[in-house]
Design a protein around this ligand. Structure first.
Ligand code: NAD
Length: 524
């Protein structure tokens, strides 16, 4: 055996009695082993392994996919668009040091790999994640969207100032014909400093009229581009919280009647969400506001439509969910986490408004709760959590270049202090744009998946196959506050989230979960 690793560029074929391709579906059988952990009165745990057999049935071919971004003319929206056009057209660009070719680095589907197993020489064999199961190609995704600002996408890209000037010049002819659709807008949900850019809005302030228009926009986009499936992603500004109350947005029916009566607590983002659900399109909430009021969640479930949120997990928070997992996972007790962000883009400008900052502050603060809760040896229940401080500042000169400085002070062996200081710098939109593409690609994939559980005789009825839960927690990898189905605990630790995605993909093609034991070599 020789050590080493290779990444194959071709497709993955699984030869196993657990999987077959038939009638346009990948049909897999998957043994899911879990543990029922029962706590007795003395605090002892009795672990009872249980198993159930799942059948998955995944439509083989990805559908022709469209992505509608709410906030298309923003930094993220224009950067996603520029990257897709550059990749489609093979546009290269020059900087002082070299010529650059377009790529999709930073995307899990496009640039990360999954370990399949050992080859005959004992080398680890990896495949790109996109080769595990057919997925939509980002170059084939048709882009569109809404924005309160009427800038065409070339001007929006220049306004964002994220990409290099040479690239922007070359992309301009491809992007100046792209123009955002008029937006559903309500000035009381957004910071005052954003109002001057609102020159492209649906004229009527009647919420039912706005909803009907958004639904028409989705249908037209689908029809005009010959699309089979559309995903809607909110990458608009962070809104204030909508007030949740009985009779207004607590049930699907009440929410729909509140829209009809133009109730002031129905936010624009909830209107986009409801429009998407009613048109059968998954909706992703990339900001922290409570778009998914209980009525919207119920509506998504009723219509079997995927929803995912809240708030993209792209930079500091992602790092936090890795570092906290590492420290606490190694038995080191984090006592303080103090983090500073500063940048100067429009999103940060809008967050200078106290009311808009509130949801963002909450979503940034909650991100290690499950990691702390997982270690009751270090942290006693109630009041023993780390001091967690998050400061963000608007520094216009830096534009989209986000800086974060974080200091973690922990107690380790015999209460000795262990301090970690970290500094990151990256363009905010370069962190976020690949996530938006991945979310669209995975939402399309997971909406092709049906599952059934075998009965005690190992049989399933064809009619018992159903879609996965509409609250798509498997996409929690991309979210600061992952939305989960009722009863499912939130997982923030990035490693656990990533292995959830990988193992689900493996299950869909009849492979066991990765266990990292490598017993072939340890116990040959
Ligand atoms: P941005 O301000 O550049 O873009 C937001 C766009 O949304 C603007 O063009 C604005 O005109 C538009 N908009 C506002 N209200 C709208 C409405 N009702 N309908 C349609 N368009 C509307 O911000 P950005 O940097 O692109 O970030 C977008 C969102 O993603 C923000 O809410 C941000 O908090 C969230 N987010 C970003 C990151 C990241 O970039 N790394 C990480 C987490 C979350």
């Amino acid at each position: 055996r020789v050590a080493g690793a290779i990444t194959a560029s071709g497709l993955l074929t699984v030869k196993s009695p657990n999987v077959r391709v038939e009638d346009g579906f990948i049909r897999s059988r998957f043994r899911y082993v879990t543990v029922n952990a029962v706590l007795d009165e003395e605090g002892n745990v009795v672990a009872i392994p249980t198993e159930r057999f799942y059948r998955f049935k995944t439509k083989f071919q990805p559908r022709k996919l469209g992505l509608l971004q709410v906030g298309w003319g923003g930094n993220n929206g224009s950067t996603v668009t520029a990257a897709v056009v550059a990749n489609q057209q093979g546009v290269s660009w020059e900087t002082r040091d070299r010529v650059h070719l377009p790529n999709y680095n930073g995307s899990l589907t496009q640039a990360a790999t999954l370990r399949v197993g050992f080859d005959d020489h004992g080398r680890d064999v990896f495949v790109p994640i996109k080769s595990v199961i057919p997925m939509a190609e980002p170059n084939n995704i048709v882009l569109g969207g809404w924005d309160i600002s009427g800038f065409n996408l070339a001007d929006a890209m220049d306004r964002a100032g994220v990409l290099e000037p040479d690239l922007r010049r070359k992309l301009r002819p491809h992007m100046e014909t792209m123009k955002p659709l008029p937006a559903a807008f309500d000035r009381q949900f957004i910071a005052k400093n954003q109002v001057p850019r609102a020159d492209n809005i649906i004229e009527s302030q009647d919420k039912q009229v706005q909803l009907d228009q958004l639904r028409r926009d989705i249908r037209d986009f689908k029809e005009q581009n010959g699309l089979e499936f559309v995903v809607v992603v909110w990458t608009g500004n962070s809104e204030r919280y909508a007030v949740e109350s009985e009779g207004v947005n607590d049930t699907a029916d009440n929410l729909l009647s509140s829209i009809k009566s133009s109730h002031q607590e129905v936010s624009p983002s909830t209107l986009y969400c409801v429009a998407s659900i009613l048109e059968g399109c998954p909706y992703v909430n990339g900001s922290p506001q409570n778009t998914f009021v209980p009525g919207a969640v119920e509506l998504a479930k009723k219509h079997n439509v995927i929803i995912s949120g809240d708030d993209f997990k792209s930079g500091q928070t992602k790092m936090k969910s890795v570092l906290a997992d590492y420290l606490i996972g190694c038995g080191v007790k984090i006592k303080t986490m103090v983090t500073y962000n500063h940048l100067g883009n429009n999103d940060m400008y809008q967050l200078t408004d106290e009311v808009m900052w509130k949801p963002k502050s909450a979503s940034k603060s909650r991100v290690i709760e499950d990691i702390v809760d997982s270690n009751g040896t270090l942290y006693k229940a109630g009041g023993d959590s780390p001091d967690h401080v998050v400061v963000v500042k608007y520094v216009p000169f830096l534009g989209d270049s986000k800086r974060d400085v974080s200091e973690y002070t922990s107690e380790t062996f015999m209460d000795c202090h262990y301090t970690t200081i970290m500094h990151n710098e990256c363009l905010d939109s370069a962190l976020c744009s690949p996530l938006i593409l991945d979310l669209a690609i995975f939402a399309e994939l997971f909406s092709r998946v049906l599952y059934a559980v075998e009965d005690e005789n190992g049989k399933v009825k064809e009619e018992s196959f159903s879609s996965m839960e509409s609250a798509m927690s498997v996409l929690g990898f991309y979210m600061k506050i992952p939305r989960t189905p009722p009863g499912e605990p939130i997982v923030n630790a990035l490693g656990r989230q990533k292995s959830c995605i990988e193992n689900l993909l493996r299950a869909l093609v009849g492979l066991e979960p990765e266990n990292n034991m490598l017993l072939e070599t340890k116990c040959p």
